[in-house]
Design a protein around this ligand. Structure first.
Ligand code: NAG
Ligand code: NAG
Ligand code: NAG
Ligand code: NAG
Ligand code: NAG
Ligand code: NAG
Ligand code: NAG
Ligand code: NAG
Ligand code: NAG
Ligand code: NAG
Ligand code: NAG
Length: 367
């Protein structure tokens, strides 16, 4: 994966897009794009200034130790032999790590996701999901352990007490918690009550959260991705769901294209006949990687084969004074999933039903 090329092509397609919208519209878009770009550059500069502080606080050393421990823990559970196995099967193509790259370098790496001022939630956020770390349920596919570390872009301090709301589609490209055109089989109304691959979790004193999930599949018009929303000052209800607070970050996370190809070649990902959209062709990827923001998960394999799973991690910079209002069309309640009236539930773009290609054409907005 050559990020610089991707960024270059993102900037080129950006320019092309701007040209394609003439008149007043164009001015507004260009203005908005410039503001967004300036915002991201500011955040980037802020983060670079944080590096020394992270070092002083021991944040980097703790991150490295924790990531090693996480990998050890999940490796043992799978009875995998030793550290060499991980190193020999590591694929971190963003950084060109090789089997001889020492572990302390691998786990100290800090892929930093610089947020968009207002990332896209897409219509498939389901409000009210449970606070839990293991969201796999019975979903088949490649298991993943995801670690997010949240830092305050203004102070460089880790953000503790933040709730990370994370969701992705299953191995055949279908989201739980909703019934909508383009999201699998619309006759399967039981999917409204399903909660697989969705969950919420609170960051610890180092701003860290780990989830156990499954590697996402794909659907029409979008590359493989995870969605997220970060809640601040939320209150936990007795039934272990959140209420109140504000949303300070909306974003998406991605994986290296070479890894996606490998996963997609395995069962059941390979039963999805919908054409794969690559990172390089994804509108949101282009948007989120602008100005060298890196929302691609760093990762190592947990064993000899993909079936043993992956450990992926990312550092996410959040501006805690920002407040966004994410879109959603469904809420998970005590009586199951509920569609919000007026919710836009007919957006194209989710999932394989039975292998029939979903409608193609325009890239769906924000899905
Ligand atoms: C954070 O958000 C506040 C309020 O919107 C803004 O004034 C400030 O410049 C932002 N900080 C960074 C580093 O972007
Ligand atoms: C791992 O790499 C080392 C050094 O390159 C090599 O000696 C060893 O045989 C490899 N082990 C496996 C399991 O591939
Ligand atoms: C990774 O390797 C490619 C091809 O050899 C090279 O073009 C790229 O600059 C390298 N990336 C990094 C981060 O070193
Ligand atoms: C982590 O990021 C900081 C700031 O960009 C950089 O100075 C440092 O070298 C990075 N560490 C690693 C291991 O990549
Ligand atoms: C919410 O939906 C509206 C209408 O589709 C869109 O303009 C806006 O960008 C969306 N916001 C987010 C945060 O996704
Ligand atoms: C993905 O979820 C949908 C909806 O629940 C389900 O029909 C489908 O079988 C799931 N895919 C796999 C591979 O289990
Ligand atoms: C959790 O409790 C709140 C407040 O009583 C309620 O609105 C919500 O439906 C409940 N959610 C679930 C999943 O039970
Ligand atoms: C969802 O679960 C609720 C509560 O258990 C139940 O009443 C409802 O019929 C279920 N809905 C569907 C579509 O299965
Ligand atoms: C897929 O499902 C649709 C709607 O349920 C049905 O019309 C179609 O025949 C199915 N296609 C295959 C290949 O099973
Ligand atoms: C997917 O495509 C392959 C090759 O064209 C075909 O054999 C298979 O039946 C298709 N799968 C489904 C579920 O339609
Ligand atoms: C009112 C309140 O509790 N505000 C807090 C919200 O969360 C941020 C980030 O953790 C804190 O800095 C605020 O004090």
């Amino acid at each position: 994966m050559q990020l610089t090329n991707l960024i270059a092509s993102a900037i080129i397609s950006f320019a092309v897009l701007s040209i394609a919208h003439p008149g007043e519209h164009e001015e507004r878009n260009v203005q908005a794009d410039l503001m967004k770009r300036e915002f991201k550059l500011n955040v980037r500069r802020g983060l670079e200034a944080c590096a020394e502080k992270f070092e002083r606080r021991g944040l980097n050393a703790r991150a490295q130790a924790r990531r090693q421990a996480t990998v050890d823990q999940h490796r043992k559970r799978k009875m995998i032999r030793d550290t060499d196995t991980i190193l020999n099967t590591s694929h971190l193509s963003m950084e060109n790590y090789t089997t001889s790259t020492p572990e302390d370098i691998i786990f100290a790496s800090n892929s930093t996701c610089v947020l968009s001022p207002e990332g896209e939630t897409g219509p498939y956020w389901v409000k009210g999901e449970h606070i839990r770390s293991d969201v796999r349920e019975e979903q088949p596919g490649v298991p993943i352990v995801l670690e997010g570390q949240f830092v305050d872009v203004e102070t460089c301090e880790p953000i503790s007490g933040l709730y990370w709301d994370l969701w992705n589609c299953n191995s055949t490209g279908v989201y739980s918690g909703l019934v909508a055109t383009g999201n699998g089989n619309t006759d399967d109304t039981s999917n409204l009550n399903a909660t697989f691959l969705r969950g919420v979790q609170k960051t610890d004193d180092d701003g860290v959260v780990q989830f156990q999930s499954m590697f996402p599949g794909h659907y029409s018009g979008r590359t493989t991705h995870h969605h997220m929303v970060a809640h601040l000052n939320a209150t936990v209800l007795p039934n272990n769901t959140l209420t109140g607070g504000t949303v300070a970050h909306i974003g998406q996370l991605f994986w290296d294209q070479d890894l996606i190809y490998k996963v997609e070649a395995t069962y059941p990902y390979n039963t999805n006949n919908i054409t794969l959209t690559t990172n390089a062709d994804d509108r949101v990827f282009a948007d989120e990687t602008e100005t060298t923001s890196d929302p691609v998960l760093e990762y190592v394999m947990l064993g000899d084969s993909l079936a043993d799973g992956l450990f992926g991690w990312v550092t996410i910079a959040v501006n805690v004074s920002a407040t966004y209002d994410p879109n959603y069309s469904f809420v998970y309640t005590a009586s199951g999933g509920v569609a919000e009236s007026g919710g836009d539930v007919t957006v194209d773009g989710g999932g394989s039903t039975n292998g029939t290609a979903a409608p193609s054409g325009a890239v769906p907005s924000g899905v």
